[in-house]
Write a protein that binds this ligand. Structure first.
Ligand SMILES: NC(=O)c1ccc[n+]([C@@H]2O[C@H](COP(=O)([O-])OP(=O)(O)OC[C@H]3O[C@@H](n4cnc5c(N)ncnc54)[C@H](OP(=O)(O)O)[C@@H]3O)[C@@H](O)[C@H]2O)c1
Length: 291
């Protein structure tokens, strides 16, 4: 199977790049801006048809959650039109799609992990556009699944873990919100899951049991506890001070609770999900090794 990974220089795309050679039945092709813009309908169609692409893992996205509040146009172009372009191009070649979405489609008013069947109610532009992108996939007839994930981090790109390491090494103390509850996701674990799903599918449909799935690491935490764990595992002596969300205003409102229920993905695809703290330790080992 020939698989195109779009947005391949981002966190998830980079992790897929590292793992791809372990999958003998997948021939992966990695593309990002400016070479392959998913918003460019003509270029995308030509590429998918001419290169005989059988499947796409869409890691391309506009992920600037706060900036999106003032840049609806770009957020919508990449996260909706780009996704629609992929769906339409894959329709022409009968190709499969794994599209990545977000916990920000939920309003965060739950106190139980969100299931795939729970109603969505995004609180900001980013969440709204990601939901519209989901619908472009869900309303199509192609063999496609949407995987919603949360609090993604990796050794690549910019993310919470790398920000904490940077600040922890130069500051005596740091304030982090303790009243936003969720689960971190090591992009490497999600990358493996995407590749496993395609590799095991062969010629069968990936969407035969459902079209939406939830994936994060196991366990539940707050950003404060996540920051504490980053400092502890890295032996950084920085005092992490818990604060409330109201004392750390951001342009976009975040869901206060966004724990995802992963039972569907674990049962349909036999996925084994590591605990967030174990995955964090693995990622920190890699970051320290690289630095
Ligand atoms: N990061 C999180 O905390 C988080 C949480 C939940 C869900 N997700 C979802 O998980 C997925 C992967 O996220 P990530 O953190 O790996 O994202 P990322 O690091 O921001 O990577 C996205 C990549 O897509 C590229 N891109 C942007 N517009 C493009 C276009 N028009 N055509 C092709 N490529 C384009 C970006 O290039 P530039 O950098 O040049 O723009 C970047 O290389 C996304 O769908 C995201 O919405 C992320």
């Amino acid at each position: 199977m020939k698989v195109l990974i779009t947005g391949s220089n981002g966190q998830l795309g980079s992790e897929i790049k590292e793992l791809a050679s372990n999958y003998e039945n997948l021939e992966c092709v990695f593309k990002d801006l400016p070479e392959l813009d998913i918003c460019d309908t003509k270029v995308l169609n030509t590429f998918i048809i001419d290169q005989h692409i059988n499947a796409v893992i869409n890691c391309a996205a506009y992920t600037a959650v706060d900036k999106a509040e003032e840049d609806l146009e770009t957020a919508s172009k990449v996260n909706v039109k780009g996704v629609l372009n992929l769906v339409n191009a894959l329709k022409k070649v009968d190709g499969k799609l794994i599209h990545i979405s977000t916990d920000y489609v939920f309003d965060g008013n739950h106190s139980q992990p969100y299931k795939e069947t729970d109603p969505v109610s995004p609180k900001g532009v980013y969440g709204e556009m990601k939901r519209a992108g989901e619908l472009a996939v869900l309303n199509s007839s192609i063999d496609a699944i949407v995987i919603r994930t949360s609090w993604l981090y990796s050794a690549y790109g910019n993310n919470f873990v790398k920000t904490m390491l940077r600040l922890g090494n130069v500051k005596e103390s740091i304030q982090v919100v303790f009243d936003q509850i969720g689960t971190p996701t090591y992009a490497k674990d999600l990358a493996k899951t995407c590749l496993d799903i395609l590799s095991n599918a062969g010629s069968t449909n990936i969407s035969k049991k459902g079209k939406i799935y939830h994936y994060s690491n196991e366990g539940v935490t707050s950003w404060y506890d996540f920051a504490k764990a980053i400092m502890e595992i890295s032996n950084i002596e920085c005092n992490v001070i818990p604060i409330e969300t109201k004392d750390y205003p951001t342009q976009a409102i975040r869901p206060l609770y966004s724990v995802l229920d992963k039972s569907k993905i674990t049962s349909d695809f036999k996925v084994i999900i590591p605990h967030w703290r174990d995955s964090l330790a693995n990622c920190l080992k890699k970051i320290n090794h690289n630095s």
